[in-house]
Design a protein around this ligand. Structure first.
Ligand code: ZN
Length: 83
């Protein structure tokens, strides 16, 4: 990855880390440089920031336990507890 040549697709991949601050300074500079001349990505970042503020979480795609729990419950009920 060269200094000025960060494709928007790559920026999107890095946006989460950027917001989390989980990024080496060098990479951060590359991202900020991209933001300096790419307003769509600035918009994207703003949106992402708003989402994070609203949900308090960055990784909504992580396995949601509340979805799994009823399934497990139904599975247990189906197979009975005592015989
Ligand atoms: Zn961009």
């Amino acid at each position: 990855m060269s200094f000025e040549d960060l494709p928007c697709v790559d920026f999107v991949e890095l946006a989460t880390d950027y917001l989390e601050g989980a990024m080496p300074v060098k990479q951060r500079l590359i991202v900020e440089r991209h933001l300096a001349f790419c307003s769509p990505c600035v918009d994207y970042l703003d949106q992402m920031r708003a989402t994070v503020a609203a949900t308090g979480a960055l990784r909504e795609q992580d396995v949601p336990d509340p979805v799994l729990e009823p399934l497990l419950h139904a599975f247990r009920a189906m197979h009975g507890g005592g015989d």
